[in-house]
Write a protein that binds this ligand. Structure first.
Ligand code: GLN
Length: 570
């Protein structure tokens, strides 16, 4: 039977619940238990697909095409485990299921009510995601005291009532401020958060104290006295140099063993943190550092926002850096700077590599194309992600194939050379305004070209082998067949436009290599990778490989890019 851990946040949002949840998941997994992580988002949006990335951080995409909050990304990065979209639920989804069921007569005429029907649906979803796992950790978004949290806390109590206290544990992640004028760490907001939880019938078993500094024994005792939580169940979680240091920090206070004991479980194996710690060390104290420019769009909105909009790319660069023992310093460059003043393109010489990430719409497009042209002709390593592949193709068509007016129809509907276009089937969907259904979302298999740079990178990083069984499963589910010597990998997607199949030959004749494609059931080949021979590193993909990068299991194209940057730096 599955055991459940419920993680809640107190005092402020953004306190680090997600990282705590991911770290606890990693720890419990290390003790030999099959563990999964579930994120509850109390907002009414059905999913994160329509949320503004500048406000909410980047949208995370799952293998099965879910558009989800970034927390699931942290879960996958820490756990090195794919998480499907059922591992996330929003208030919107919960209500929609209940209302749909009512419309279909599923409640047999009963009055459908907030209590018990909404928490019942929440419990049903939790159990569905937890099926087949020994331990499921559920993170409840928002802060204790928010009214939108109530049905989820109620659901946790329902679960506890059904399964018994030894099967459900509660963790409160809280914040201890140090006001500048008193210079003393304050426990009062935490005491109040605990009191609010009690009003919902929940007595936390563990308290994780987030703070700028370590929480001392005096304060731990103070919290213990007012909350009836044992002092040894109160953990200090100060700011650390890397999020990946958090599991180790929690383990120093034996959180894993204490949590297992609370759930009446004994360790199945002793964790071995050597590989993990070695990688984290390389990340925190690298021998040398490369500098990478990310030429993007959200840059003018302030540093904080930008980093969040491209969080997974930043993480993927760091994972590759850890594997290659090199630090990666990222500079966010607004593509528009190159439109206003093309002489600034020379600034790109200062970097060891340039990356153009995914994006939508017309803003900064010519700047990105100019940057791609510069790095292509100046032998600066380049990695293009999604829009970064599409614009590299446009640039190549314009500068090398002589198709001066080449463009993507996303920006210029009337271009005489629609190098990047919406395919016919998608056009129909768009014409009917079904925007939600018009994206290519989730994992798609790509057949790699033998002896290409891309193939060799998937080989070297072990991903070809790792994806074998996943590809076999995908093929079964989609009634596809691959021939025995096809080398197939899976990457996640989130885009509407494709390289126009009508232009592939022309680009290829002029030297651009398409090193992998996805074959649609109707036989159309969609180009997934490009590369340029003779260039130190010029590789781009239609996919979003950053979604499958994990610490200890870097993404092949990021690995190749960082290695090329390192060579340039040396
Ligand atoms: N705007 C492009 C498309 O929709 C690229 C999307 C992306 O980069 N994720 O195809």
């Amino acid at each position: 039977m599955t055991k459940f851990v419920v993680v809640m946040g107190g005092v402020i949002s953004g306190v680090g619940k997600g990282i705590t949840t991911a770290s606890l998941g990693k720890i419990i997994k290390e003790y030999g238990y099959k563990t999964t992580l579930i994120k509850v988002d109390p907002y009414i949006n059905y999913d994160a697909g329509t949320l503004r990335p500048t406000e909410h951080g980047e949208v995370w995409v799952t293998d099965d095409g879910g558009e989800i909050d970034q927390d699931l990304g942290n879960y996958e990065r820490f756990m090195n485990q794919d998480m499907p979209k059922k591992n996330n639920m929003t208030t919107g989804q919960v209500y929609k299921s209940v209302i749909d069921r009512e419309r279909q007569g599923g409640y047999l005429g009963a009055t459908v009510q907030f209590i018990p029907h909404i928490p019942q649906e929440i419990v049903r979803r939790i159990k569905l995601a937890a099926e087949g796992y020994d331990v499921a950790i559920i993170e409840i978004g928002g802060t204790v005291g928010d009214s939108e949290n109530i049905p989820f806390l109620f659901a946790a109590k329902m679960l506890e009532q059904e399964l018994g206290q030894e099967s459900v544990a509660y963790v409160l992640v809280t914040y201890l401020p140090i006001p500048a004028n008193v210079q003393e760490m304050k426990t009062k907001p935490t005491q109040q958060a605990i009191k609010m939880l009690r009003e919902e019938g929940i007595f936390p078993d563990f308290i994780v104290c987030r703070a700028e500094k370590e929480v001392d024994d005096v304060r731990k005792k103070k919290i213990a006295a007012s909350s009836f939580v044992r002092t040894e169940h109160i953990f200090s979680a100060p700011d650390v140099a890397s999020i990946y240091l958090v599991p180790e920090h929690l383990e120093q206070e034996k959180f894993g063993q204490k949590l297992l004991a609370r759930l009446h479980l004994a360790p199945r194996q002793q964790p071995d943190w050597t590989v993990w710690n070695d990688l984290v060390n390389k990340m925190v104290k690298p021998k040398s550092t490369i500098s990478v420019a990310i030429v993007g769009k959200y840059v003018s909105l302030g540093d904080y926002t930008i980093a969040d909009s491209y969080l997974s790319i930043d993480q993927a660069l760091k994972h590759a850096g850890a594997a290659l023992d090199v630090g990666v310093a990222v500079t966010w460059l607004d593509a528009q700077r190159f439109e206003q003043d093309p002489s600034r393109l020379q600034e790109l010489e200062e970097y060891d590599g340039v990356l153009v990430p995914g994006g939508f719409g017309a803003s900064g497009i010519e700047g990105k194309i100019a940057a791609i042209n510069y790095v292509r002709t100046h032998n600066i390593p380049y990695l293009g992600i999604c829009y970064g592949l599409q614009l590299a193709c446009v640039e190549y068509a314009r500068s090398v194939c002589g198709l001066r007016a080449a463009h993507t129809t996303e920006v210029d509907q009337n271009t005489p050379h629609p190098i990047i276009d919406v395919l016919f089937a998608q056009k129909q969907v768009l014409a009917e305004h079904r925007y939600g259904g018009s994206m290519r979302l989730g994992a798609y298999p790509a057949i790699l070209m033998k002896n290409s740079t891309v193939e060799s990178l998937y080989q070297q990083t072990g991903r070809l082998t790792e994806d074998e069984s996943k590809v076999a499963q995908y093929a079964r589910e989609h009634s596809l067949t691959f021939s025995a010597d096809d080398e197939v990998i899976l990457e996640r997607h989130r885009h509407r436009y494709e390289v126009n199949p009508a232009y592939v030959d022309q680009l290829q004749e002029k030297g651009l290599i398409f090193s992998g494609y996805y074959q649609r059931p109707d036989g159309t080949r969609l180009m997934e990778f490009i590369e340029l021979p003779g260039h130190p590193y010029f590789v781009a993909t239609q996919a979003h490989p950053e979604f499958k990068s994990r610490l200890g299991n870097p993404s092949p194209l990021f690995f190749g890019f960082v290695r090329a940057c390192k060579e340039r730096a040396e």
